[in-house]
Design a protein around this ligand. Structure first.
Ligand SMILES: Nc1ncnc2c1ncn2[C@@H]1O[C@H](COP(=O)(O)OP(=O)(O)OP(=O)(O)O)[C@@H](O)[C@H]1O
Ligand SMILES: O=c1ccn([C@@H]2O[C@H](COP(=O)(O)OP(=O)(O)O)[C@@H](O)[C@H]2O)c(=O)[nH]1
Length: 227
């Protein structure tokens, strides 16, 4: 069996983690894991962790580290036969240390995107709550305005995606992410990508991953070559 590959993608809200994760999952066959999706699944299933997490998310707060690790680490430990890419976890140094004790990461992608870009994207982010699918009227508009492409259900916007909440969210991200980024830098596995458009960053990420993971033959033709 080919060596398993474990990667994490980090970045502030709106940096394109979800968008890029989907592309990576499609091109390289990694399983895309998302902390937000795990939380939503647990909330929907009314698990103990889900009920607790909901009380924080509803107030626009981060879920405490011990709840996150209790929820996610067992799920990652079960994935002994899959290569995966984790989006949204770890967010804090405590989470990173807990993850470190469970598995060895091969690679960390960190997205560095200007504030104005984040603000523009998030003020126009439309979400299908049941699936987590995201749209943007300019970048990837839904086929029918205000409706999810697959289910036809209504799309919503999050209050905390609006500019008033964004400054505080970004400040918080910077504070908590800095030691995590420093940790991965010191391990020599951090790769940072800067820019204002996912479509321009993607070829570089694609090219980096191509050197680390064999791409899936059926999706080879979708790869965008290096400029
Ligand atoms: N690693 C984590 N640690 C603590 N709380 C988390 C973590 N990941 C997600 N959460 C909580 O779950 C909520 C939803 O997460 P999700 O990643 O779907 O959306 P988000 O906050 O809109 O993030 P982004 O804008 O970066 O996509 C977060 O607002 C936060 O309260
Ligand atoms: O180059 C890009 C990449 C993403 N988006 C949009 O920006 C928002 C945030 O992207 P995503 O949810 O992937 O970011 P995350 O919060 O997961 O980092 C979404 O509405 C995307 O459709 C965009 O307009 N241009």
């Amino acid at each position: 069996m080919a060596k398993l590959f474990r990667a994490v993608i980090m970045g502030p809200p709106g940096s394109g983690k979800g968008t890029i994760s989907e592309r990576i999952a499609q091109s390289f066959g990694l399983k895309h894991l998302s902390s937000g999706d795990f939380l939503r699944e647990n909330i929907a299933a009314n698990t103990e962790a889900g009920v607790l997490a909901k009380t924080y998310i509803e107030r626009g707060l981060m879920v405490p580290d011990n709840v996150m690790t209790r929820l996610l680490l067992p799920r990652l430990e079960e994935m002994t036969r899959h290569s995966w890419l984790m989006d949204g976890f770890p967010c804090t140094l405590a989470q990173a240390k807990a993850l470190n004790s469970t598995c060895d990461l091969d690679l960390v992608i960190s997205l560095n995107i200007p504030y104005e870009t984040l603000k523009d994207r998030l003020s126009d982010r439309w979400i299908h709550p049941a699936s987590g699918r995201v749209y943007n009227r300019g970048f990837n508009p839904p086929r029918v305005q205000g409706r999810d492409d697959l289910s036809g259900e209504p799309l919503i916007q999050h209050d905390n995606d609006q500019p008033e909440a964004l400054v505080a969210r970004l400040r918080h991200y910077k504070d908590v992410a800095k030691p995590v980024i420093d940790l991965y830098k010191s391990k020599g596995i951090l790769h940072t990508f800067s820019g204002t458009e996912t479509d321009r960053i993607w070829p570089y990420i694609n090219s980096l991953l191509s050197t680390k993971i064999p791409s899936r033959p059926e999706t080879d033709t979708q790869h965008i070559p290096m400029p």
